[in-house]
Ligand binder design. Structure first.
Ligand code: DGL
Length: 254
């Protein structure tokens, strides 16, 4: 079983990309709607709720691969989880290196408050003198995205208000929820290339999947607290849209 988890819809953007390249597997998507958003919580609070969720999922499934499809949970938990659990744990990092490798020199990194505070990749790159990197915590954006999953343009006024300078040459998405507002970000930051991590994570997961035996494709969606908007969004995005998409291996023309 490949399990992907997040506080809400964000991590589904990662799981969808994974499913495109490792279709013949069984997947579970877990959204911790009861404890969202993670980003404004303390490290201890985040560690405790995410660990509780992993233990709950372990009591129900044989986990072959766990994807912490959440930058906040990765920043706080990934290292310790790799010492506690014996299955592979894949995390997500703000793809700042990707932006710099592409030659971007004036970069805005947006993420949750806790990711900005504790992510080690960001700490390492912020020291570089040859590039301008601005770290901006967006405390309300993940929740706004969950609440407006079907009306994402409602996030534009918040983005306009929080992002003061508009001429960055790249914006690095350090929260998986933000993958869902790429077109809204493009309206606010017309000159910026949007750099996100879902393709990189999917490629890496595909490599690990080579060790698993092929299974009939199946996706299960679990929420820690029922939420109609989030459930119907996830069902549409991960199940209905996916079975009609041309990335589905069975309908792919090449
Ligand atoms: N999607 C998450 C992340 O990547 C969590 C956002 C939140 O719950 O604050 O950080």
């Amino acid at each position: 079983m490949i399990v992907a988890m997040d506080s809400g819809i964000g991590g589904a953007s990662i799981l969808k990309e994974v499913m495109k390249c490792a279709f013949n597997n069984e997947f579970v998507y877990f959204a911790d709607t009861k404890n969202s958003p993670y980003g404004n919580k303390t490290k201890k609070e985040i560690f405790d709720v995410v660990k509780h969720n992993v233990d709950f999922l372990l009591s129900r499934y044989k986990i072959d691969i766990l994807i912490l499809a959440c930058n906040t949970a990765t920043s706080v938990c990934a290292k310790k989880f790799r010492q506690i659990y014996d299955f592979p744990i894949i995390g997500v990092e703000p793809p700042i290196k990707v932006a710099l490798d592409k030659g971007r020199k004036d970069v805005l990194v947006i993420a949750t408050k806790q990711t900005i505070k504790s992510n080690l990749t960001l700490k390492r790159f912020i020291k570089r003198k040859s590039v301008k990197i601005k770290l901006l915590p967006l405390k309300k954006l993940a929740k706004l995205i969950d609440q407006n999953a079907f009306n994402l343009e409602n996030t534009i006024p918040y983005l306009e208000k929080k992002i003061h300078r508009k001429n960055y040459d790249a914006v690095v998405l350090g929260c998986t929820h933000y993958n869902f507002v790429k077109s809204e970000l493009k309206k606010v930051l017309p000159c910026a290339e949007i750099v996100s991590c879902e393709e990189g994570v999917a490629k890496y997961t595909k490599k690990l999947c080579a060790n698993l035996s092929e299974k009939q494709h199946k996706v299960e969606i679990l929420l820690s607290e029922e939420n109609e908007t989030i459930r119907s969004f996830l069902e549409q995005y991960l199940i209905l849209d996916f079975s009609h998409s041309d990335s589905h291996p069975k309908t792919k023309s090449n």
